[in-house]
Design a protein around this ligand. Structure first.
Ligand code: ATP
Ligand code: MG
Length: 179
């Protein structure tokens, strides 16, 4: 199935934006209700930066949803009140790069290599009673790698983290078709 990544991302982000404006509503699509109850109480600001107005990709929207949903959930969950979350989509000749930056607690170098493992959660996250099983990033990694892409994190403790993933994409193909 072909989807427009820009339109799809806006759809996902609008849902998160709605959650801070409403008192919860029904979020039947969300996997963990407790996550959303936490998020509803939290204030955050989502900033969108895209270098194109549409990017067509052949992906299963449900699987891509799992990835984006988890990374944004994490960005909110592991950030302080009022944090800013920047969502960037950039394209190169052969890849589309999706990056989500938060102003959260950050992740130490030692832990950066472990957070993509199943069930791994940093102790701080566990003790703060944040809902979660530690599967989100493991699933995200599996989905992205199945699509031929990569997922990685850059982080500075007490400054924030950027989770990025890249997917193969040939924009010349679409230019030719539009010509
Ligand atoms: P789940 O996603 O299954 O609900 P989870 O969020 O704890 O649970 P992952 O998404 O796999 O699990 O993340 C693993 C761990 O990595 C988290 O528990 C947290 O310690 C750390 N982590 C993830 N994202 C961030 C972030 N943006 N900032 C700081 N730490 C993070
Ligand atoms: Mg998670």
């Amino acid at each position: 199935e072909y989807i427009d990544l820009i339109e799809f991302t806006n759809f996902v982000l609008d849902r998160f934006d709605m959650m801070i404006k409403t008192d919860g509503g029904d979020h039947q699509n969300s996997k963990a209700v407790s996550d959303f109850e936490d998020l509803n109480k939290k204030k955050y600001r989502i900033i969108r930066r895209y270098d194109r107005s549409s990017i067509w990709l052949e992906v299963d929207p449900d699987r891509l949803m799992q990835v984006i949903d988890n990374i944004i959930n994490n960005a909110i969950k592991y950030s302080p009140e009022g944090g800013e979350i920047r969502v960037e989509i950039k394209t190169t000749d052969h890849n589309v790069i999706f990056a989500i930056t938060d102003q959260g607690q950050g992740i130490s170098k030692k832990e950066r290599s472990k957070i993509f493992n199943r069930f791994y959660r940093i102790e701080r996250a566990r003790s703060r009673m944040n809902g979660g099983t530690g599967l989100g990033l493991a699933i995200s990694k599996e989905v992205i790698e199945t699509l031929g892409g990569h997922i990685w994190v850059e982080s500075k403790e007490n400054v924030g983290s950027t989770f990025s993933f890249s997917l193969p994409y040939d924009w010349h193909k679409w230019e030719d078709q539009n010509a």
